[in-house]
Design a protein around this ligand. Structure first.
Ligand code: NAD
Length: 285
């Protein structure tokens, strides 16, 4: 399914200088196409909004409220596409990248964001949940990267932003597959940034490590905590933050979107293999 509204404007050159561009223009992404996996909800949709506000055309992916997500982005006046690839399936991922190539002329900005969670002790951790979390949260980022990179290298401009997690840097009990996958994404980010086909080109690869963000993925954990402890949802929310996040504030999807915009701007040209925390102080402890 493809929806388009206003076509993009001009494509800025990769080499820009403060003399020729205003601060606002340095952050513009007109003419670029951003593919954000898992962008029908939460962080992915927030990043899609932020990139669209800067003029990037957007390809959405994910399940759930597809129509509502498309409408939100189309309202920002950019070209919007959607592909329903299941990110646990390698063939679907290949079709997704082909779709972006044929409908948008290629992926300029790739945000590997799709992710799921499963919480259980190791002895009880279901094998199929392990496989699903590793496939969606980690292996999908390898497959999209491998397929999208050649086009970026050819254009000598590209951005890969991997949405890892505070759990890419530190662990929590009960999250074996998630913590493993997110640590893997951090490793993939550094390795790809340094790849000899990449490191001296205009393609940058970085990871963002959010702390708690109040999305459906986290709301489920709040619901489970409230039920397990017999406490109110409000108390569960406070307890969840209090345990890990010293700011006692959720990180917002708009704040994460702002960081993604920065990484896509020319100011981010030499951010290479950076693992950037935005976690209310979680991993500073
Ligand atoms: P969310 O549940 O709100 O959104 C997840 C998105 O992924 C949805 O669009 C969903 O449809 C999509 N998705 C799930 N399985 C998919 C599949 N097989 N194929 C394609 N799409 C699929 O979650 P979120 O909190 O926005 O999480 C987004 C990313 O941010 C995840 O990688 C998550 O690990 C990471 N993250 C979240 C938090 C947080 O506190 N919410 C913190 C750190 C990192």
């Amino acid at each position: 399914m493809v929806m388009s509204s206003i076509e993009c404007i001009t494509s800025p050159s990769r080499i820009v200088t403060p003399e020729t561009f205003t601060d606002e223009e340095l952050m513009r992404l007109d003419g670029k196409t951003a593919l954000i996996t898992g962008s029908t909800s939460g962080i992915g949709l927030g990043i899609a909004r932020s990139l669209a506000r800067r003029g990037a055309n957007i390809v959405l992916n994910g399940f759930g409220d597809v129509e509502g997500s498309i409408e939100q982005i189309a309202a920002l006046g950019v070209k919007v596409g959607y592909h329903g690839a299941d990110m646990s399936k390698k063939d679907d991922i290949a079709q997704l990248i082909d779709y972006v190539q044929s409908e948008f002329g290629g992926t300029d900005i790739l945000v590997n964001n799709a992710g799921i969670q499963h919480v259980a002790r190791i002895k009880d951790f279901p094998d199929d949940e392990w496989d699903r979390v590793i496939a969606i949260n980690m292996s999908a980022a390898f497959h999209t990267t491998k397929l999208a990179l050649p086009g970026m290298i050819e254009k000598d401009w590209g951005r890969i932003i991997n949405i890892a997690s505070a759990h890419g840097l530190v662990a929590s009990a009960g999250k074996a597959a998630y913590v493993t996958a997110k640590h893997g994404v951090v490793g993939l980010t550094k390795t790809t940034a340094l790849d000899e086909d990449v490191v001296r080109t205009g393609v940058t690869v970085n990871a963002i490590c959010p702390g708690w963000v109040l999305t459906p993925l986290v709301q489920k954990q709040i619901d489970d905590l409230a039920e397990r402890q017999g406490i109110s949802l409000d108390q569960a929310r406070q307890d969840l933050l209090g345990e890990k996040q010293p700011s006692l504030q959720f990180v917002t999807t708009e704040q994460l979107g702002g960081l993604a915009v920065f990484l896509c701007s020319s100011s981010g040209d030499n951010m290479r293999g950076s693992i950037i925390s935005m976690d209310g102080g979680w991993t500073a402890q």
